[in-house]
Design a protein around this ligand. Structure first.
Ligand SMILES: C[S@@+](CC[C@H](N)C(=O)[O-])C[C@H]1O[C@@H](n2cnc3c(N)ncnc32)[C@H](O)[C@@H]1O
Length: 384
């Protein structure tokens, strides 16, 4: 029997992240994330809550956090992840109200900690590199050191750029035009602009789309501040608004919520976009529409397994649709599970060779298990 708030108290001195997800209570926010932070030299913990696609922040002292964890979070979330210097541990809520530790793995060395000399990985974007927009976005300190609590984000964008770099090594000079769907605070968008414009010396033209007017406004302000005149952000709902009608070479998505990823992939297919880099997230659509119907029923019996199977099925169907439309795909582990559980990247390039076998299998599964999958419906309305 485990009480998560007591486990949290134990690991608090080396906590790097706590995530409460899958609310068991309709009034609870969909997700709560806690990270350590230093404000004006004082350590504290920042609690981030998502509601209606918007993030809200609250800074707490250690005692306040523990009290809140005990009184307001305990028992209200089906899953809790605690990542600390000791381990990365996952807890699952049991029916009787306590938690079961469902998995744990020893932590990897992190920067700033005693083991940081083990960190041998050479990133494309190095700590100390003069990337001022990263300071505005809170990833770098003013002297270009990584902000400790943003290390996961730094790792993610570096990995993204690494995978783009591998694919576009031989991209000829000149121009490149990119759309980022669901760009949010736009760490990746700014970095893509920096990577192509400054490091590769290309004429990069990038548009980031997001639903949230305030983040779009802030990103445009930062782009203006550094004279990034070919980088702009637009408030748009990518599922229904009119998006760029100009030639686009690359579409990217990084954790664009649920079906926003499908609208990005659909855009790419309809506009003959050559390169796609997509790291999907929260694939709820199949999970909420699938019913039992055959040999795969065993995979649908238990909530966690069902959720993971549905997420993998979603990405398998997206892959099949892309292949059927002439794209070659790599399905790549984007980042260690410890840094983000949303860790699959679909990397695609148009070759014109259309493969339909997996699509037929996907349609058969859809017929049998009755689920909805947005990309399949957008691309093959007559068959769905
Ligand atoms: C989890 S955030 C990821 C942000 C960013 N790509 C990153 O990785 O830091 C997902 C973003 O997608 C945006 N989003 C979700 N649905 C959208 C839609 N239909 N159209 C435009 N943006 C959308 C949300 O507003 C949110 O900022």
């Amino acid at each position: 029997m485990a009480r998560v708030y007591q486990e949290l108290e134990q690991v608090l001195p080396t906590l790097s992240k706590a995530v409460y997800s899958q609310p068991a209570d309709v009034l609870a926010a969909p997700k709560v994330t806690v990270r350590p932070l230093v404000i004006k030299g004082r350590p504290c913990y920042q609690m981030e809550t998502f509601k209606d696609n918007k993030a809200y922040h609250k800074n707490l002292e250690a005692e306040e956090l523990l009290l809140l964890a005990e009184r307001e979070l305990e028992g209200r979330y089906r899953q809790v992840l605690l990542v600390s210097g000791r381990e990365s541990a996952q807890y699952v809520l049991r029916q009787r109200g306590d938690y079961k530790k469902s998995s744990s793995s020893p932590s990897l060395p992190r920067p700033g900690g005693p083991e940081s000399h083990n960190r041998t990985k050479e990133y494309i974007l190095r700590e100390g590199e003069n990337i001022p927009a990263l300071v505005d976005l809170g990833i770098f300190t003013p002297d270009f050191k990584i902000v400790r609590s943003r290390y996961d984000k730094y790792k993610q964008i570096n990995r993204f750029i690494e995978l783009v770099d591998q694919e576009l090594k031989d991209y000829p000079g000149g121009e490149i035009s990119i759309l980022d769907f669901g760009c949010g605070k736009s760490y990746l968008t700014f970095i893509l602009y920096y990577y192509f414009g400054v490091k590769r010396g290309l004429e990069a033209r990038i548009i980031g789309y997001d639903l949230k007017a305030d983040v779009v406004e802030n990103c445009n302000r930062i782009a203006g501040k550094y004279g990034y005149d070919r980088l702009r952000f637009e408030k748009a709902d990518v599922s229904c608004d009119l998006l760029s009608q100009e030639h686009i070479d690359m579409v990217v998505t990084l954790h664009a919520c649920d079906t926003a990823t499908d609208f990005a992939l659909d855009y790419a297919l309809r506009h003959g976009v050559k390169y796609i880099f997509s790291v999907p997230c929260c694939q709820h659509e199949i999970n909420s529409s699938i019913h039992k119907g055959g040999q795969l029923d065993i995979l649908l019996q238990h909530g966690i397994i069902r959720e993971r199977v549905c997420a993998l099925l979603t990405d398998s169907i997206r892959t099949a649709v892309l292949q059927s439309r002439g794209y070659e795909i790599d399905v790549i582990e984007f980042i260690d599970f410890e840094h983000s559980p949303k860790n699959i990247m679909l990397r695609a390039r148009y070759t014109g060779k259309e493969r339909r076998k997996s699509l037929e299998q996907a349609l058969e599964l859809k017929e049998k298990y009755g689920f909805s999958q947005k990309l399949l419906e957008l691309q093959y309305p007559e068959k769905t």
